[in-house]
Ligand binder design. Sequence first.
Ligand code: NAP
Length: 502
Amino acid sequence: LCIPITANTNEKALKEIQEASQLADVIEIRLDYIPHPDLERLLNHRPKPIIATCRPTREGGKFDGPEEVRIKLLEQAVELGAEFVDIEHDSVGAEDFQPLQKRGKAKVIISYHNFKETPANLRDIYARLSDSTADIVKIVTTANDITDNLKIFQLLEEVNRRGVLQYAPTAGKPLIAFCMGELGQISRILAPKYGSYLTFGSLDVGKESAPGQLTAREMLEVYHINEINRETSIYGLIGNPVSHSLGPYIHNAAFRELGINAVYLPLKVENLREFVQGFKGLKVQGYSVTIPHKEAIVPLLDGLDPLAREIGAVNTVVNKAGKLMGYNTDSTAALRELEEAMGDLKGKRATLIGAGGAARAIAFGLKKKGADVTLVNRTEDRARRLAQELGCRYRRFEDVTKIDGEVLINTTSVGMYPKTDVSPVPPEALKPGMWVFDIVYNPLQTCLLKEAEERGCHTLDGLRMFLYQAAQQFELWTARPAPLGLMEKIIRKCISYREAVA
Ligand code: NAP
């Protein structure tokens, strides 16, 4: 793991080098960020191997002075003992680095950056770059779609598995490769699995040297990249957006707790069909599925568990010997939380606000338990259609205050962070003694639940449903009991941290 130093003074850079040395294997000093770099001081007391880089503006860096000055700086860094020096593929004389290599022991990294896309001709680029006298090749592109990562993995596999690319005249040079941007983050995390010589993580939020860089701490403490290797199994969350998901925190910690060699990744998917097809090659062992793909994924799977088939929505996918099987753990999780609180649900009158994927799963479960279900939704037609399909009632949204019953359940996203001061129903809909269950868990104490408490209702937040659905997913994937206590602790910690920073 390499941490780039992006401080803009020598003093700050020296301090950050010391900080970075706690986490990094290698430290990159971005000389282009410092207007007058004091190379001797920066390199003299280096606690870890150093990469000296002075990125020109044309390759996404900050250096806009003369090329001779830039190259001179790098020569000095080599003479002062830098372990690595990064030189852009389009620098003057970038085929033959021998004059530079003779000045010291530094390994030369020849780098290519593409801030627009991940081109199809990555092999040609590798072949051309490795044909120089450089020691290491670095190819960094931009992911415009999650499937762009596959091109990078394929290149890494070819270079590392066979050791030789037939068309690379001087083949087999170590390769650093990943995609930039949010959509490329998985290539930074999976770098050790596919054999990228290095991956990069920032010292802190705001200190990134390239788009999409995660912090080194996140790479190490959430994704445990130091433990990722060729055998690591891949799991992930398919959704859009996914950046605020708690899934990576919970599942990665659970894998580690049980000593399972696996990593769980956030997968921001726009084109679901292409994604499912493309990622088959990675042998992903399991997925969680969230908004907006829970229903759309159904026809793309090889088979469905009977409950998921009946509900018509999938939030869990298990790879069973190459076949992708869909399950729904939302329904059982919500019902478990309700039954733990209310006991037998048979004959209970339940009003569901919402008619989306979660409403469908919960209404289906309630019907199965013999509850009397009424749906209310902003878009009435959607409630009518779902009610017809499930064989339950629906009412106009305006009538929500007139409905009586034992339980009211919010299945919409109303009240969820960041718009936390709104409730999906007027307070008059909340009757004393009624159970009010809000499946939103971010925050736990929603506006709806606050108003419900004030009106003498019993309340249930979305935490246990979230916990149970995640635990059941974990059990379906691993056939091992999920570490419930640990998972709950992590969910609470993440939620209270987010509430504190909000
Ligand atoms: P979905 O399929 O997109 O459905 C969203 C529902 O919310 C629709 O009924 C929609 O009504 C309604 N809605 C959205 N914005 C609204 C607004 N401003 N006013 C009134 N109604 C509004 O989403 P989903 O998968 O059902 O998920 C819904 C929520 O449940 C999300 O917040 C999700 O995080 C949460 N959830 C929690 C858990 C858990 O484990 N605790 C599990 C699953 C989901 P229209 O039909 O009118 O658009």
